[in-house]
Design a protein around this ligand. Structure first.
Ligand code: ADE
Ligand code: ZN
Length: 346
């Protein structure tokens, strides 16, 4: 770990933008910008419920997670073909590379799309081809994490897993997303046990709106390696001690938390306190087309609101590589690039 020399406040945004980083919490369907959504609706012969891009964007005001999920689900209706899934993922990876994201672990769900008559095959092949092409085109590595929808049954999650198994080598992990309250992790105990047996890496959303108890059961029942969000952990000292002891990473999404009213203002976000406590936190964009910013905007706005430092920037980028599922020597290569960038920045 580097000791970083202080950087003047006016140079901090450049440092945040230029530093290499990994993004570990991005729902690809949440990266679908209104312009591309309208283009897909047109080419697929579908009517949009809003007359234009601007009026759709104006609808992106949310009181809570469920409010958002309803609009987000409506947006996914335009995705019909493998090319649609390819184009959405290609657009995200191009945008992420411009923010100096060098590695992305991308969430997607198939249950939304199979519910609209689109096959699991179509979804995964489109996403995977875009990830493979992005390596050559943008120099970015990317892998895929299939999320079960927790408002549906465990039986439905088993069926989802079964349908994805022929494409197993295109996926790195399994996650858990959608409406959190009332759908605790333990509802998915058996299907996560099965995914673990199959060798998938495991993550779950927990403690976004839900209580610390959901983080405990994600760890102890589902046996996940990372917690997505996890910001409610701060209300449970024993849980904070557990996250520290086992170095469990949290993939934090500040602008998402702001837009979904988890925190009233960014200045009240607990990310700085989490880092001060030694938690392995990372910064991510969650659903950037809906929450007003990609990863660098999450970094710059949070640093501005919380008065965070260059040392914390380094820590967050280092955490992002450390917490990733990158295999072999590539993780060390990325950390070497990060160190070199901090040593030469002025
Ligand atoms: N799906 C997309 N974004 C999500 C979030 N922030 N929480 C849970 N499920 C999601
Ligand atoms: Zn999420």
């Amino acid at each position: 770990m580097l000791i970083v020399k202080p950087v003047p406040a006016d140079r901090l945004p450049d440092l945040l933008r230029l530093m290499p980083k990994a993004e570990l919490h991005i729902h690809i369907e949440g990266s679908l910008e209104p312009e591309l959504m309208f283009a897909m609706a047109q080419r697929n012969g579908l009517a949009m419920p809003y007359p234009d891009v601007e009026s759709l964007r104006r609808a992106y005001v949310f009181d809570n997670l469920q409010d958002f999920l309803d609009i987000y689900h409506a947006g996914t209706l335009v995705l019909r073909t493998e090319q649609d899934f390819y184009d959405m993922t290609h657009a995200y990876l191009a945008r992420a590379a411009a923010d100096n994201v060098v590695h992305a672990e991308i969430f997607f769900d198939t249950q939304t799309h199979t519910g609209h008559g689109v096959s699991t095959d179509t979804v995964i092949k489109g996403l995977h081809r875009a990830c493979a092409d992005a390596q050559a085109e943008f120099g970015i590595s990317a892998s895929l994490i299939l999320c079960f929808l927790r408002h549906l049954s465990e039986e439905a999650a088993f069926e989802c897993l079964e349908q994805a198994l022929p494409l197993r080598e295109k996926l790195v992990g399994i996650g858990l997303a959608s409406s959190e309250l009332g759908h605790p992790p333990e509802k998915f105990a058996r299907v996560f046990a099965r995914a673990r047996e199959l060798g998938f890496r495991l993550v779950a959303h927990a403690g976004e709106e839900g209580p610390p108890a959901y983080i405990w059961s994600a760890l102890d029942v589902l046996k996940v390696e990372r917690i997505d969000h996890g910001v409610q952990a701060i209300n449970d000292p024993a849980l904070m001690a557990r996250l520290l002891k086992d170095r469990i990473p949290l993939t934090v999404c500040p602008l998402s938390n702001l837009k979904l009213r988890v925190f009233p203002t960014l200045a009240m976000h607990n990310l700085g306190r989490m880092l001060d406590a030694g938690i392995v936190a990372t910064i991510n964009s969650d659903d950037p087309a809906y929450f007003g910013g990609y990863i660098n905007q999450n970094f710059t706005q949070t640093f501005d609101a919380l008065g965070m430092t260059a040392q914390q920037a380094y820590q967050l980028a280092h955490n992002s590589f450390g917490a990733s599922f990158i295999g072999g020597s590539l993780k060390h290569q990325y950390i070497d690039r990060l160190n070199a960038m901090f040593e030469t920045f002025s």
